[in-house]
Design a binder for this molecule. Sequence first.
Ligand SMILES: [Zn+2]
Length: 328
Amino acid sequence: MKSRTTLIISTLLVFIILTTGILLYVFPSSSKDYLKNVNEYSFWENDINTMVAQPQIGQFVNDFLNTETEKTKKVAFLGFDALRADILLNILKDENGANNLTQDKTNSAFAHIKDIGHLYLAYAGGEKGTDTQQNTSTAPGWTTLATGTWGNVNGVQKNGDYKKAEVKTTILKSTENYNMRSLFTVAYRSHIDKAFNVDLQYATEHNLDMKIHYVDNDTQMQEYLLQCVEVGNPLERDFIFAIYKDSDAIGHQFGFSNNSKEYVQTVLQADTMAYELIQAIYARPTYSEEDWLIVLAVDHGGLGLAHGGQTDEERTVFFATNKDFVLN
Ligand SMILES: [Zn+2]
């Protein structure tokens, strides 16, 4: 009898330990030191007290469009889906050392744009506990970055929400106000098409040259993008809003973490593709007559196999640009 009780108790214990282990793997808890550690990396130009609110990045693009320039204005807004801030330890050298994983990576869009421009810490998810709070998810993130507003203004606070027609994206505005041939491109159309199709509809009704192009994966998008920056190519565009999305899918499968080699590898690939695209822009025979704004931005981070919540791992993002940005 006694040994039976012992067996039941030990079986129960094993069950509890296993279940806890699995739960912690799928839903790991947020680390209270995460933000403090991220803040210590040497490569940011700002710190956690001056983190850039995601709408300011969209506003920054808007401001560039509205500024008079002598040269022909062009925009490459390159998005990276679900990049945690600590992923950059695989790309940039942290001079403060303790966290360092690598030397500066060559053929890296982030290393290059940081080198010639700026790299800032930013945050997604709205202002916590206010009506601007929104999910750290794909559609809210990109809609905020494309409109310069939080979801309480643009209508997209979670995946599946429809953007309000009157809050236009910079993709549409560049075409409507500045006659730029614009493009939005991404893999995995679900989430995004509800948010952006209203702009495409408007463009079609008003005979404006705005295009949305869905692809299957980053590699396919890259082939397409290289044609979009080629002078004289029928696909050539003046305003490009493109999102490298494979990192999100791989993160959901293998974990959003520097311990997930699949995730790290996918991010590094996207970073290299973006670098090649920037080099293709520089190689344009008309480049010296053009004024390019290049922005590298992130919609949200991740924790375990998921994101959407308000932890520091999910909220903390970053952006890089070749132009001067005024910190508030
Ligand atoms: Zn996701």
